[in-house]
Design a protein around this ligand. Structure first.
Ligand SMILES: [Zn+2]
Length: 144
């Protein structure tokens, strides 16, 4: 499946709050992460590390669902949230963990798990601040 199709399907299924947005998803030569998102004018974009072209769709779906949760959360953020995000490390840490929880609540926990398991097999130059695999395993029994 191509990235744009994956994104549209996830939005249709689980992000009614993003139906009006234009979100472009494409492969890019990312160095510090597997997925990134941003805003360009009024459009959002999601970039997927080029090396993920060959991995299972489930992994990519997990990552894109995570970025869509960031976008949905950002839409609701006010000036104070943006200020804290910029200046407070703990706020950013909590924001990242809450984003992963949102992925689970929106029904993509299984895909997030596929992505976290994949990420464990990779060497990265940055630290992950989202929820851990062990925490995700526990959530599995409460809501999947
Ligand atoms: Zn994130």
């Amino acid at each position: 499946m191509n990235l744009q199709e994956i994104t549209s399907l996830i939005v249709l299924k689980a992000f009614p709050d993003l139906l009006q947005e234009r979100i472009h998803t494409e492969y890019a030569l990312l160095e510090d992460s597997f997925f990134e998102y941003g805003i360009l004018g009024k459009d959002y974009f999601i970039e997927v590390k080029k090396s993920l072209e060959t991995v299972d769709d489930q992994i990519v779906i997990g990552g894109i669902a995570h970025e869509l949760c960031h976008i949905a959360r950002d839409k609701k953020k006010g000036f104070f949230d943006s200020f804290l995000y910029k200046h407070n490390k703990y706020y950013r840490y909590m924001d990242e963990r809450q984003t992963d929880l949102d992925v689970v609540l929106r029904g993509y926990g299984k895909n997030l798990m596929a992505f976290l398991k994949f990420r464990e097999t990779q060497t990265l130059s940055y630290e992950n601040e989202g929820i851990t695999l062990i925490e995700l395993e526990k959530l599995r029994y409460t809501r999947w």
